[in-house]
Design a protein around this ligand. Structure first.
Ligand SMILES: C[S@@+](CC[C@H](N)C(=O)[O-])C[C@H]1O[C@@H](n2cnc3c(N)ncnc32)[C@H](O)[C@@H]1O
Length: 236
């Protein structure tokens, strides 16, 4: 360690400019988005400040309907960031619309891409369709159908597979992604093992994607308790 100043390896003193949390004001969306009774706002993992307003409105709709399976903010920021890489003529796909939270993250991240999202549940499809129409007009198309209906709109420059297909048919999911396109799957448990384990066993779903010769992929921890799989469909 010769040459380093004596204090080089010690942690810096806590900055006095950091506002203590949770005394700090909660971000805007927490005020308009009532949480399920089981959840405190302190439980939320803050990855990056307040969420975009279309996302906040979709989250409020999901919470009002008692739907607890919307994507997390960690995954949302990931989707939002990847969507920002897309050109206006790109088409994004989503399997499993829910109440439109993931869709709102994707569309608010991209400048002009269109999204086709499919949802099996009629009420969710209608609710998300109304919200996304208000927020994004004809950039969003919500189908009330089985996930396989996405094949009529493929290949996708970015596919968020969050409903049907993810577990049942990884090969058919991969086939929906354009060469050079992104594939995102969320809601995995972080694992320090290779191959990844879930409850002590090989995580077959994750492994099907991580080991596919058609993909180059990695796991990204979007919060301490959730990892997402991000892949690119190889050009060759
Ligand atoms: C995890 S939630 C989706 C959340 C949404 N992507 C978001 O980020 O807010 C999964 C959704 O997939 C839908 N789903 C389940 N099986 C499906 C299928 N075979 N085809 C289309 N949607 C399906 C469920 O009804 C549910 O609304």
């Amino acid at each position: 360690m010769a040459g380093l100043p004596e204090d080089a390896l010690t942690a810096p003193a806590a900055s006095t400019s950091v506002i203590p949390w949770p005394e700090a004001e909660p971000p805007t969306y927490l005020r308009i988005c009532p949480l399920p009774a089981s959840q405190s706002w302190k439980d939320l993992h803050m990855t990056r400040g307040p969420v975009p307003m279309p996302v906040a409105r979709a989250q409020a709709g999901a919470v009002a309907a008692g739907f607890e399976h919307s994507c997390s903010d960690g995954t949302g920021w990931l989707l939002h960031t990847l969507a920002a890489s897309l050109h206006d003529d790109a088409v994004i796909g989503e399997s499993g619309t829910g109440y439109g939270v993931g869709s709102a993250w994707l569309l608010s991240g991209s400048a002009g891409s269109r999204l086709v999202t499919v949802e099996l549940d009629e009420g969710r499809a209608r609710s998300a369709g109304e919200l996304l129409d208000r927020e994004f007009g004809d950039r969003a198309c919500v189908l009330h159908d089985n996930w396989t209906a996405l094949s009529d709109h493929a290949p996708f420059a970015l596919l968020f597979c969050d409903g049907g297909g993810k577990v049942q048919n990884p090969q058919a999911v991969i086939d929906l992604v354009a060469p050079g396109g992104w594939l995102v799957l969320d809601d995995f448990t972080p694992s320090s093992n290779w191959p990844p384990l879930f409850h002590g066993q090989l995580d077959e779903t994750r492994w099907a994607y991580l080991s596919s010769p058609l993909l180059t992929s990695t796991s990204v921890e979007v919060s301490p308790t959730e990892s997402a799989l991000v892949a690119v469909r190889r050009l060759l």
